[in-house]
Design a protein around this ligand. Structure first.
Ligand SMILES: CC(C)(COP(=O)(O)OP(=O)(O)OC[C@H]1O[C@@H](n2cnc3c(N)ncnc32)[C@H](O)[C@@H]1OP(=O)(O)O)[C@@H](O)C(=O)NCCC(=O)NCCS
Length: 330
């Protein structure tokens, strides 16, 4: 059986910055409240006409360039997103055309855990021998599903995309992945209208049901309980322990959640990647954006072990243990 390793990384953030001060002009909030409760100072917002597939294609093209791989050589494209450009076709199909790929393309929706789910699918496609190169992208335009009159949600989210290219390798890169879902948790985080259960009507639009509704306290409690658990499960499946983790790369939802998870796992702060201050919660993009920040910051060394951990609507959760490999060793 071949293994799957990451050989390229790329990301994309829209130009436009929305600061806490900007939000304080829109809803009853303050820079002090947002920064102290979430760790977020600003987030990026797409330009007029810019959509999820545009950001996905940029990030994907950068990952291919980083790996030095021609678009024609990609066997499968997976885009993790819960904010596709339109209900049909997938954001992946649109991004595939924008990147000049000719391979199969599909979306995966596991909300903010989407990137971990997509990584598992991509790695499995390689391990089964069906694919040699899989491009895995996390991309979300949260600004399209946020109610900018609701201070309890609008301060948390931002837009962006991150990508990794997986390739068949002799050495294991993606070591162990553990995923979970519990649909009884639907009420913690959802968009009530716009799907088959409640198509958008003028009444539902007037009631703002096309936007995210969230029980922040419940999500917080769920995340800090589940994530240490699933991280240990993925470590066990990789025959490793917490002491082997060089970098904890958590989903960037709230700095206090990140700190609590790290503390419960006993991982020192200087081994935890945090980008939330500048991006907010970018959903499926947040983990690959954090990997790219670590990578372009020159902090990743071959042989180091990463724990990628995520949680989100569904509810869903997951952890992936990844050994960082040098391209030439793969
Ligand atoms: C949303 C979250 C930041 C709220 O933080 P918190 O410390 O739990 O704050 P609370 O919800 O207890 O609210 C405290 C007060 O601040 C108020 N408040 C809420 N949002 C506010 C804002 N943007 N600005 C100012 N005040 C705000 C509340 O109304 C409440 O006021 P009250 O005490 O008068 O009722 C936090 O619960 C969280 O991050 N949860 C996880 C959310 C998440 O990660 N979602 C995505 C998952 S992928």
């Amino acid at each position: 059986m071949s293994h799957a390793a990451i050989i390229g990384v790329g990301s994309y953030l829209p130009e436009r910055r929305l600061t806490n001060a900007d939000l304080a002009c829109m809803v009853d909030t303050s820079d002090e409240w947002i920064l102290s409760r979430t760790g977020i100072a600003e987030r990026r917002i797409v330009a007029e006409g810019e959509a999820t597939s545009d950001m996905a294609a940029e990030a994907g093209a950068r990952a291919l360039a980083d790996a030095g791989v021609d678009p024609g050589k990609v066997d499968l494209l997976i885009v993790a997103t819960s904010t596709p450009d339109m209900p049909m076709p997938s954001a992946a199909a649109l991004a595939q055309a924008k990147m000049g790929l000719s391979c199969p393309a599909m979306d995966v929706n596991a909300a903010c855990t989407g990137f971990i789910y997509a990584l598992q699918l991509g790695a499995s496609a390689i391990e089964s021998g069906r694919c040699r190169k899989v491009l895995v992208i996390g991309a979300d335009t949260l600004s399209s599903i946020i109610d900018f009159t609701d201070r309890s949600t609008c301060v948390l989210f931002g837009d962006g995309a991150g990508a990794v290219l997986l390739r068949a390798s002799k050495e294991p890169g993606v070591l162990g992945v553990h995923l979970g879902a519990d649909g009884t948790g639907v009420e913690m985080l959802k968009i009530p209208a716009g799907g088959s259960a409640a198509p958008c009507t003028p009444e539902r639009l007037a009631a703002h049901e096309q936007f995210v509704v969230m029980n922040g306290t419940e999500i917080f409690k769920f995340a800090v309980r589940r994530i240490p658990q699933v991280t240990r499960q993925a470590l066990r499946e990789s025959h490793l322990t917490v002491e082997d983790i060089d970098w904890l790369v958590p989903h960037q939802a709230n700095q206090r959640i990140i700190d609590t998870i790290a503390e419960r796992l006993g991982i020192p702060h200087d081994h935890v990647v945090s980008t939330i201050r500048d991006t907010g919660n970018t959903s499926a993009a947040s983990i690959p954006l954090a990997i790219d920040a670590l990578y372009t910051g020159g902090r990743l060394r071959p042989g180091q072990t990463l724990a990628l951990v995520g949680f989100g609507a569904g509810v869903t959760w997951g952890a992936a243990i990844v050994r960082w490999t040098k391209k030439e060793d793969v």
